[in-house]
Unconditional design. Structure first.
Length: 356
């Protein structure tokens, strides 16, 4: 209980919840006076202190965190409260560079020791913490820029350049993740082969390919400076130029390809893994079709679920627990089981109809 209380306090420092109470515990004064006086306290210092403590705790526990049953309360705090605080830092705008760097180091330790227990959180870190910040940097400026070092437009300010530095830090973190031999199999199996989650591995590969082939924002207007004709039948496409973000995208792709190739050459095979993956993907595609029909018209979806025309689909639905001749209760249980894939408003409206 004592260790759990300590880690819970550290998680509060990381997320900066109940800041006045935290500052009082840290010796900054009375909580009521701090909250009412309007005293400005650098929250980044509080977060940095929490991250350093969390980093030390994870280094001390290592694999014991997820392997020892006595550490179950600590594991729950680490995968929930601490992960929530780290994700909060990911979404900070603009983020503090030192805090962001320490957050990434702590995140990698948490994933190394507790990733089997962090399936939803891992996806959030991958998309919200790595993909989305970089994707925002791939958008071209709204108007021309004079030089890369002296932007003079409203659409591309110095603040944008600072954010690009943050995006590079996040992409370097993603390169490290992609270099882990377990990363690609973990993402593919837990998300792409999971019926209720998005295809994270496919999305990541497309995103990295898009980032690696995306032109530099500074090359958009090279044609005017170099007297190149950029419109008409004789248009010449300006050179794309290499940027740090493009290179990091290529590094991520190459790292994943190397780990996948090494895994294929290792000779390690799981019995019936290919057929299992094929089955999982077929189930996912079938459920997506069910969701699409339900969004179009629920009656079409119900008719499809009860149809026996396609023997493969019918057998898959029966394996998922929906009988050939189902009643309203059985249909409701099936829809509720896979509710994560449906639009909540549409599903709630349908299931809430009188007599349904």
């Amino acid at each position: 209980p004592v260790y759990a209380s300590i880690l819970q306090f550290v998680c509060q420092l990381v997320s900066c919840d109940s800041v006045p109470l935290l500052l009082e515990k840290l010796g900054y004064g009375n909580a009521k006076r701090l909250s009412s006086s309007g005293t400005t306290i650098k929250l980044s210092k509080v977060r940095l202190l929490g991250l350093n403590l969390a980093h030390t705790i994870l280094l001390t526990l290592e694999s014991t965190l997820s392997n020892d049953p006595l550490c179950r309360p600590l594991l729950n705090l680490a995968t929930q409260d601490l992960a929530r605080g780290l994700l909060k830092i990911c979404r900070m705008q603009p983020p503090n560079v030192v805090v962001l760097q320490m957050m990434l180091a702590t995140l990698h330790l948490l994933l190394a020791y507790a990733s089997p227990h962090m399936q939803p959180q891992f996806l959030s870190f991958l998309i919200a913490g790595h993909v989305m910040p970089y994707a925002s940097q791939l958008q071209l400026p709204a108007s021309p820029v004079s030089t890369p070092t002296t932007p003079q437009t409203v659409g591309f300010t110095t603040e944008g350049l600072i954010h690009e530095e943050h995006a590079e830090m996040l992409m370097e973190s993603l390169v490290e993740l992609c270099s882990d031999p377990c990363f690609a199999p973990y993402v593919f199996w837990n998300y792409d082969c999971n019926a209720t989650t998005p295809d994270a591995f496919e999305m990541l590969c497309k995103f990295l390919f898009w980032g690696a082939s995306s032109s530099s924002p500074y090359s958009q207007h090279l044609g005017k400076e170099d007297n190149l004709e950029t419109t008409g039948p004789n248009a010449v496409k300006p050179p794309s130029g290499m940027t740090t973000l493009r290179i990091l995208s290529l590094d991520c792709l190459m790292s994943m390809l190397r780990t996948i190739a090494a895994r294929c050459q290792s000779g390690v095979h799981v019995a019936d893994s290919a057929s299992l993956i094929t089955t999982q993907k077929q189930v996912k595609e079938l459920l997506r079709k069910v969701v699409s029909l339900f969004s179009e018209k629920p009656k079409k979806c119900v008719a499809f679920l009860g149809s026996e025309e396609d023997q493969t689909c019918s057998a898959t639905l029966r394996a998922l627990g929906l009988p050939a001749k189902f009643n309203g209760l059985q249909l409701g249980q099936f829809l509720w089981k896979y509710r994560a894939m449906f639009d909540k408003d549409e599903l709630g409206t349908y299931m809430g109809e009188p007599g349904r």
